[in-house]
Design a protein around this ligand. Structure first.
Ligand code: ADP
Ligand code: MG
Ligand code: MG
Length: 251
């Protein structure tokens, strides 16, 4: 059982305050949808949780199972069980996908994973995501299509088995079939590992597949409305204007 607890989080980027007192708790097995108009701080939140040095936490706390995440180095955060599937995964030439993943897994455990077990798990993940089998041996994200990069983020999630996984617009640019395949893989991984999920997306269709247990709207640096899956439908039908009006915020 894991729990990520964020309290009164304030984050600045280049001396501009982006998050202005954000509260959020995510537990094992939960699926949180995080929505909000562009530029309101969703990616900033995820970057701050992972310890991206461009994002300065000026106030508040982030704890994972009672441990102070803000005191951890970036690699300690992922070892502690945090994972970010990125909107724009970076290309790493010269490092194969499988080498990258094996060292990431080995960095998290005392005994290195056996080659046999690693290959078995990687094959399973690649098959689940319906990706080309040669993917393991290609340089990380090098020459991958947009959709392949996104699927590859999910392969990494499946292999690393985080306790809390955050996915930033992982559905953008996926065709309908890929969306279904990625959603199924996310759900299956969660069923097998009990991870907690924080999913940033603009699209009701993705959430229809994923069936969030909680939904939130981030506006002007704070979570201003929380609810359940019906909040996703309301935003899909009515947009954010009703919330902006209610809170006097015009993003
Ligand atoms: P969202 O993900 O909700 O669309 P972001 O967190 O990406 O929003 O951005 C929130 C605000 O912070 C925007 O005004 C954006 O320009 C700014 N911002 C985010 N990251 C950076 C960065 N690395 N450098 C400069 N400004 C940034
Ligand atoms: Mg954005
Ligand atoms: Mg974003």
């Amino acid at each position: 059982m894991s729990e990520l607890v964020i309290k009164d989080l304030h984050v600045s980027v280049e001396d501009k305050e982006i998050l202005k007192g954000l509260d959020l708790t995510i537990k094992s097995k939960e699926r949180h949808a995080l929505m909000g108009p562009n530029g309101n701080g969703k990616s900033t939140l995820l970057a701050a949780i992972m310890g991206n040095p461009k994002y300065t936490v000026t106030k508040g706390s982030i704890e994972l199972d009672g441990q102070d995440v803000l005191n951890m180095e970036v690699d300690e955060r992922s070892k502690a069980g945090l994972f970010l599937g990125m909107q724009y995964p970076s290309v790493v030439s010269g490092v194969t996908n499988s080498d990258f993943l094996r060292s990431a897994i080995n960095a998290r455990q005392e005994k290195p994973i056996s080659l046999f077990k690693f290959i078995k798990e990687m094959d399973k993940a690649i098959e689940q995501l319906q990706m080309k089998p040669d993917l393991a041996h290609r340089f990380l994200n090098d020459g991958f299509s947009g959709g392949e990069k996104k699927r590859n983020e999910i392969v990494q999630m499946m292999m690393l088995k985080p306790s809390i996984a955050m996915l930033d617009e992982i559905d953008s640019g996926l065709d309908v079939d890929a969306l279904r395949i990625v959603s199924d893989a996310i759900i299956k991984t969660q069923e097998e590992t009990d991870m907690g999920l924080l999913i940033v997306s603009h699209y009701a269709r993705f959430y229809e597949y994923l069936k969030p247990t909680h939904a939130h709207v981030l506006l002007d640096g704070k979570i201003v409305v929380s609810g359940q899956a019906d909040l996703v439908d309301k935003v899909d039908q009515e947009g954010y204007e009703w919330i902006e009006k209610e809170f006097g915020v015009f993003a």
